[in-house]
Design a protein around this ligand. Structure first.
Ligand code: MG
Ligand code: ZN
Length: 212
């Protein structure tokens, strides 16, 4: 327990340094968290193409640079972090990635976290806001099962809304569960493949929300 507290305290210190570094450059950073397969990378590909924001991306996965290649193909600079056996990004990894990336002034940085709804809730990266991507192919009771992650989110995107008629997911039950766990979080329904709701997502990004 003591070791865990020390690790988190050290991370919080480094996250505060990242936040200062980003603020000095006028850069807004979003930490995208989700379970694996929610559609984060597909959402980011489309956002890079359509949102009209100067943006760069930090990709976190245990292995491969597949997502970084996808983001580059979509037209944005990206750097990959491979965590090996690790299951989350921490502020130290992100500090190095930011130095490599060298984002331009007043731009947007997307940090795609490792797909995991557990420990990314504990590790502040210095972001302005946490965006949780859920999808209708998961259970509509996820907010109850992973309350720490849902509580930490500023915005929840319910993705794959185009599949709603094919799956047993109840969007009202999901919204009620989210409200119970985190009444402050905004909820948007989107389809990263078909395009539903993305205008509202791009509007959220342009408003440059700050939770810090
Ligand atoms: Mg991905
Ligand atoms: Zn972890």
């Amino acid at each position: 327990m003591k070791v865990e507290q020390d690790v988190l305290q050290k991370n919080d210190r480094l996250a505060a340094e990242n936040r200062g570094w980003l603020r000095a450059r006028g850069v807004t950073a979003f930490n995208l968290v989700s379970s694996p397969g929610s559609g984060k990378t597909t959402l980011l590909e489309r956002t890079v193409r359509e949102a009209g924001l100067p943006a760069t991306v930090i990709e976190g996965d245990q292995a491969t640079d597949r997502d970084t290649q996808r983001i580059r193909a979509a037209g944005a600079r990206a750097v990959q972090i491979n965590t090996g056996a690790g299951c989350h990004l921490d502020a130290h990894m992100v500090a190095h990635a930011l130095e490599d990336l060298d984002p331009e002034r007043d731009s947007t940085v997307f940090i795609e976290n490792v797909g995991n709804l557990v420990c990314p809730a504990l590790f502040d990266l210095g972001e302005s806001a946490k965006v949780l991507v859920a999808s209708v192919t998961e259970g509509d009771d996820k907010p109850y099962k992973y309350p720490h992650m849902f509580r930490a989110a500023n915005l929840v995107l319910l993705n794959k809304i185009d599949l709603l008629e094919h799956v047993p997911f109840d969007a009202d039950r999901f919204a009620a569960a989210l409200r119970e766990v985190n009444p402050r979080a905004r909820l948007l329904h989107v389809s990263a493949t078909r395009g539903d709701g993305l205008g509202a997502w791009y509007g959220f990004l342009r408003d440059r929300p700050t939770s810090a």
